[in-house]
Ligand binder design. Sequence first.
Ligand SMILES: Cc1cc2nc3c(=O)[nH]c(=O)nc-3n(C[C@H](O)[C@H](O)[C@H](O)COP(=O)(O)OP(=O)(O)OC[C@H]3O[C@@H](n4cnc5c(N)ncnc54)[C@H](O)[C@@H]3O)c2cc1C
Length: 336
Amino acid sequence: MKYEKNVDLTSLNTLNIQSIAEYFYEVYDVSQLIEALSFARANNLGVQILGGGSNVILPSVVSGVVIRMAIAGRELKPINSSIADFIVGAGEDWHEFVLYTLQQGYPGLENLSLIPGTVGAAPVQNIGAYGVEVKDMLTEVTVIDVESDGLEQYTLQNEQLDFEYRNSLLKKNPGKYVITSATFRLDKHAPLKTTYGDIAERLVDTEISALTVSNAVIAARKSKLPDVLDIPNAGSFFKNPIVSHDKLQQLKIKHPKVISYKVDESSYKLAAGWLIQEAGWKGYRNEKVGVHAKQALVLVNHNHGVSEDILGLAKKISVSVESMFGVALEIEPVVI
Ligand SMILES: Cc1cc2nc3c(=O)[nH]c(=O)nc-3n(C[C@H](O)[C@H](O)[C@H](O)COP(=O)(O)OP(=O)(O)OC[C@H]3O[C@@H](n4cnc5c(N)ncnc54)[C@H](O)[C@@H]3O)c2cc1C
């Protein structure tokens, strides 16, 4: 297998940022991955793993080796009559995998329907939606430590992955681990999570099953989020900030309509989209980039914006939200 040089990544990232990879490999199995990693090491080059490109902000040139993860494979391993393990290649499409589990009769992942990207990237930021996070079902991942001598595969268990809200050991150590496969344990009798407002509304008058919940999630997402093929974007651009109980009370005095969700006794998540909207950014656009008209949390690339355009707008938004609410916003996608 040989690398390609100067490969255009514009169509390989959902923000459609024009970007060139100095060296590029697409890997379909573990031996090809090791070959690409060995090439990078032999030539003293950095490595950047790319899945579906739906959560990255790319520079105009990615120096070193970009490895596009395309390892396929799904194995269903029954544990007993109710529970099964799904062992899935890192390059599999996430949404296709979710639909596959539902077709096999195993609920659990339906609330994570239609999230773009690959299975291997899902644990990186512990993807989540509608009250469910990938950490709830993921049991382990197989990884290669890029810095290890032998580049051998080994397993990291869920407890070792240091999962947090949109964060994990993998995101905290960028470039160190490559996930080659992930295992999910699902239970045919697991309860469905249908209380999230948007989903509950769509399930009125419908027979409730994992499939109808998945369909409700798909419909809700389609109504709110721009299709990346029509309007390039990277989904939620900022994390929902977490504040103390005292800070929330203080905010409520000046902004009684502030949207918050309880995390635990002492902390609350604020809806970042609401803060951005209140700061007046919803629907804003300059000649290149902007804020989606229906969802203020989504930054969009209207007209050939590059990393600096997107990050420049993000900075302006953060500054204005901080001065209005005294709350700092953190970017969710990975800035390369
Ligand atoms: C329209 C839209 C909606 C979205 N909605 C949600 C949502 O509801 N919830 C949510 O959590 N996210 C959401 N996202 C973000 C994104 O879909 C997820 O973060 C997804 O998991 C990214 O997958 P990817 O394959 O595209 O990763 P990429 O963007 O290619 O990579 C993201 C990061 O993961 C690393 N990575 C990728 N594959 C591997 C691997 N095999 N091993 C190690 N590191 C790897 C990359 O190096 C990079 O740092 C949304 C994005 C879009 C565009």
